[in-house]
Every structure is written in C-alpha cells, then in structure tokens.
Ligand binder design. Sequence first.
Ligand code: ARG
Length: 465
Amino acid sequence: MAQSNDSLWGGRFASGPNDALAALSRSTHFDFRLAPYDLRGTSAHIKALHKAGYLSSSELAVLEGAIAQLLEKVLAGSFGPLPQEEDVHAALERGLIEIAGSDIAGKIRACRSRNDQIATLIRTFLLDAASELEKQLHSYLAALVAQATKHRGVAMPGRTHFQHAQPVLLSHHLLAHAWPMVRNLERLENWRERANLSPYGSGALAGNTLGLDANLVAKELGFAGVTQNSMDATASRDVVAEFSFIATMIAVDLSRFAEEIIAWSTFEFGYVTLDDAFSTGSSIMPQKKNPDIAELARGKAGRLIGNHTGLLATLKGLPLSYNRDLQEDKEPVFDSVDNLLLVLPAFSGMVATLSFNTELLESLAPMGYSLATDVAEWLVKQGVPFRDAHEITGELVKFCEQHDLQLQEPTDAQLAAISNHLTPEVREVIDVQIAISARSTAGGTSLSEVDKQLGTLNKLLAGEK
Ligand code: ARG
C-alpha cells in the first residue's frame, strides 16, 4: 500500500511512496539526534534568507520564536518524528509549520537542500563530539600521569615479544600509553581545521541562485569559513572518515593497554589489583574478580574497526556528487562516538584506581637475564667490539642458565673462565637502578628523562603548550 505524500518532495509524484520504500528510506531513528543541530542550521539560514530579502523582519522574528519553541520541545522529548516522516529535516519542517503556520514556515526551505544541510549537520555534530572526546582523553591522560607520578622510581620488567627484555621504570611504561593519546588529541585538533568549514549554501550540488550569504551562515554556526567547492562539499565524507579513523585509533590504543591490564591482573602476573568498583564478579565462581572494563575496551576496538571499515567501503567508488549511499555514514560514526564515550570514563577510572604490586615489580625487573645488554655494553666501554661483547655475554647467560645463577652470581674465576674481559668490575653494571639511570639519552627510561615526560604532560594537562 502506498501512503499519501506530505513529504518534502511530493509534487511531481502521482502517488506516495510504497511502504517498503518508505521503511527503507526512513532515517529518523538515527538522524533525529541531529535535530538540535538542524535547528541551529535553520536559525542561521533564516538570517541569511532575511538578508537576501526573502523574509521580512517580522517573519524572521516569528520564525526565531518558533525555532526556540521547537528546540525546547525537542530537548524535552515532547516533539518527535512521525512514522511516515523520512528524516529529521521533514520532521522539523512539520514542527515549524505547526508553530508558525505554512505561509511563513513554508519559506524556510528556499535556498537549501538536504544535501548541504546534512553535510553541515554531521560536521557540527562531530565538532561537538570531538570536544567531548578531548575532555575524556584529558581525564585518561590525567589518570596515567597520576599513576606515573605516584610510582616514580619503581622498576619493572620491560618486555619485547612479551619476554623479559630490559628493566624500565613503571612510570616509563605507563607514559608509553600516554603519548599515543597525546597524538590522538593532536589529530583531533588538526582534523578540526578541515572540519571547521561550512558546506551550507552548496545547495543540492551547484550552489544557489537566490544569493544566500554562505559566510553569514558559516559565521552563525561557528565555522571558520565556507567550503570551496559545492560539489565536493555535498559529496565528500572524508571529514567523517578521518574522524572515524581517529576514534578507531583511540579504541585500538586503549585495547593495547587493556590487554596488558588483563594479563597483569592474573594470579600468575600479580602486577596489579583492580579496584572493586572497577571490576566485576562471576555468577558461579565466588572468588572471581574480572577485568571486564579492559575486556570491553578491547572488544569495542573490534567494533570501531568494523564501523570504520564499513564507512570507507560505503564511500568507495561513489560518483559525484550526492548519492543516497551517503546516508550510511551516520550510524557507524554515531556508534563509534557513543561507544568511545562509554569506554573512556570507565577505562580512566580503572587506570586511576589500579593498585600496583611495586615490590613484586621491582623483584622481577632483573629476572630473565634482563641486564645482559648492560654487560655487553660495559664490555664495549672496555674496548671490546660489540660483536664479541654480545658473544661473551651470551656465554655468561648460558653458564648462568646451566648453573641456575643470576648474572652477577658467578665467581671471579668463573667469570674469567668465560672471558678474560669479564673482570669483577662488571658486577657494578648488573644492577637494575644503575641500568635504568644509565639510559638517560632522550626519551630513555632514566628517572631524569621520565621526569621530563611528566613535565611536558603536566603542562599539556594544564592547558599550556
Ligand atoms: N538523510 C539524508 C542523508 O543522511 C539526507 C539527505 C537526503 N538527500 C536526498 N537527496 N535524499 O544523507
């Protein structure tokens, strides 16, 4: 059965859309959340219409009142889309007509298309979402910095291939998770420059004939300027895709720390204890305390990757300019924003309340012959070519493994038997704190270098550059 057509485009059709088409076409279930943004756009638009001479001052005032009233209803939840309405634009036009009458509200649609409208709305929505994400990323960074500050000087095993490699400071490890988020913040800031242009006035694709002042609309909406090409502005979604990438990168970065926290909280590792408020129990095993936040963060990363991949696939091969396929940009990016904004506060809380078993971390730091590189580099300082130093140290490790000894434990005679370069002085470098403080080159794990990181991050959190 076909429904009657009181939509935004009924004129040239003898009948209304078939129900199946209407159901497929409808986007109100996800795009109505853009209603406040759409009303802001309309509010700017009517100012431009007034300036161009298509609305009198009194009509402008009526419409401004109507928009304010409708916005209130939308925010209160007392105005929503009707089942037969295709999208947020149709619903809001009806809402304004209900308040201001069709003679006045019927003038609003002049000079704009849903194509430039939606291209604008998604930008305004994402610019706000970026600010929310930035706040959450700051809280996460603050949690990492607080933990790193609290545990200044504590050593732990540093790993490569998940095997003991070289000792590092716990703060160094924690801050290694901070810098990717700093880069994500920089990405958002940089993305903002591209997102901050208004497609409004591009019309359906070619611009408009009524002389609408696109700069006025852009200014009203808080954009820095107007897009340069109306076809590009209505057809491209790289601004959405780029945002989606940043969101996905944030999720992927969180998933890496999540994985470590999951391992660290096991009985075998015992590095950390999760706070009760940030862990969950089991319905059958009374002893369990599960790292669900970390696991959900890890799981959500997969979901965001899916959203991002799907969005890129939607964009691939689309000819200029607007195609209805572009409607598919919203659900994935909304979902990514919503899920990140769920994950981030929980994740930050979990990190802020982690309690570290520092004694255990310190005692494990030299295990697994993690100071062998220090022995090899000590030999280099004695003039031994690194190739030989590596070989000699390898022999020392083999000897220790065979005799169940730590690197510093062989006697002077045993050392000398391995190599006459291994004099008793070598023991001085087989020490975790010495090994750590020796790594004082830029970005190294020495306390002095870690303190520099803390200084930079604290400035960033305080809003200084
Ligand atoms: N719902 C559409 C979208 O999200 C709005 C633009 C519709 N334009 C059109 N020509 N049907 O992209």
